[in-house]
Design a protein around this ligand. Structure first.
Ligand SMILES: Cc1cc2nc3c(=O)[nH]c(=O)nc-3n(C[C@H](O)[C@H](O)[C@H](O)COP(=O)(O)O)c2cc1C
Length: 165
């Protein structure tokens, strides 16, 4: 027998992650997005990452239809935006500064320290999530002084500065 959902989430809470807001567009151009931490680098050459999206996510149908998405890696002092995009609010994009990236998909400037613009390669249903792999076709890296927000033990915290490691 597998452990319960709660026990599983408790176990995984031991693993600190960054937080990324994944954005995409509805077929009619409406922006959609959600807060994620199930984001992983898969391959360096070619550059491929993956994101795991809940099958109940309201962003997922747009992501699946558009086959383009942006992974916006969030800054340490922007917990509020992470919380907003972890909600079911209809007007998430009314509260953040964004510009259309390649293919028009929203790139968040406020609150993001880096982003990766992706073309979907594969979608694989595993349990209650869909694993979406994306070829990274554009993006930018964080500046020297930028620090990411960290999710750990079901709460947000700041990353230690590299000097403190
Ligand atoms: C720190 C954090 C990380 C999360 N990571 C994921 C994730 O990797 N995949 C996912 O589908 N949902 C994740 N969620 C939950 C979604 O953000 C949440 O279900 C959201 O309401 C989905 O929005 P949508 O239905 O508008 O797409 C996470 C939530 C938090 C607070």
């Amino acid at each position: 027998m597998p452990v319960s959902r709660d026990d599983f989430l408790g176990i995984m809470s031991a693993f600190p992650t960054g937080v990324a807001i994944v954005t995409t567009l509805e077929p009619d151009g409406t922006p959609r997005g959600l807060t994620t931490n199930a984001v992983t680098s898969v391959s360096a050459d070619p550059p491929i990452l993956l994101v795991c999206v809940d099958r109940n996510s309201r962003t997922l149908p747009a992501l699946t239809a558009r086959k383009r998405f942006v992974v916006n890696f969030m800054r340490d002092d922007h917990e509020e935006i992470c919380r907003l995009f972890a909600s079911k609010a209809d007007d998430k994009f009314a509260h953040v500064a964004w510009t259309p990236g390649r293919d028009g998909v929203p790139v968040l400037h406020e609150g993001a320290i880096a982003h990766a613009e992706c073309e979907t390669l594969d979608e694989l249903v595993i349990g209650d999530h869909v694993v979406v792999t994306g070829l990274v076709v554009d993006g930018d890296a964080p500046a020297e002084s930028d620090l990411p927000i960290v999710y750990f033990k079901r709460g947000y915290t700041s990353a230690p500065t590299p000097d403190a490691l």
